[in-house]
Unconditional design. Sequence first.
Length: 248
Amino acid sequence: MPNQRWVTIGVALGLLLLVFGLLMPFVQNVREEARKTTSKNNLKQIGLALQGYHETYDCLPPGGIISEDDVAMHGWLIMLMTFIDASTLFNQTDFDEPWNSQSNMPVFKTPVPAFLNPGEAARFTINGYGLTNYLGNPNLLYRNSCVAYDQMEKGRAHTWMAGEVAGNFQPWGYPFNWRPLGTKLCDGPNSFGFPAWDGGHLLKADGSVSFFTDQTSPEILKIFATAPPVATKEQTMVPEKKFEITDF
């Protein structure tokens, strides 16, 4: 009898482990889909903030405010703070000082959930600055830019604004938070997309967010990448800088 009892217990445990093993992939898929939905909603929130800014100032925010003596002051994401219920961070910012000045450190070392892809572990630079996992369209958000919707000759539904990036993340306060779209997603750390999802979300100027797989035709991405207006090389120029990041 004792042996039979242990056999029964062993069978029961084996069945439990089997059920657990069968359920784990399902649970992981549900969690991953939830992360994808959250990231999509983050981009929608950014899109609504950009629309709010445009309605207030008749143009999109400058991609980066660069002073006449070439000092990088502030980027486009801080300009959205009052439109994503983060007015406190906006009000605490000293716009007369660069983003990485001593006085602005408390602001830009604060992580902003709307700027973070929940599927990505990276949250800060090694120096403690909060990251963004989303970068903007360099033809719309560049040095001292002021682009209006009526300049989008292909229409807002065919003009991309921002998207998830695959790597080489930057602080959300950095004044150069834009990147060329390229012709392939998930194609290295300097590309757009999220490799774990085999593709990525792009925010369009009409506020909609679409998912593009990493098998999307290069021709399609090229159409989005070259949709007018097209900025000059000088306007979209960025420093050769990479930030060390951590998930701490």
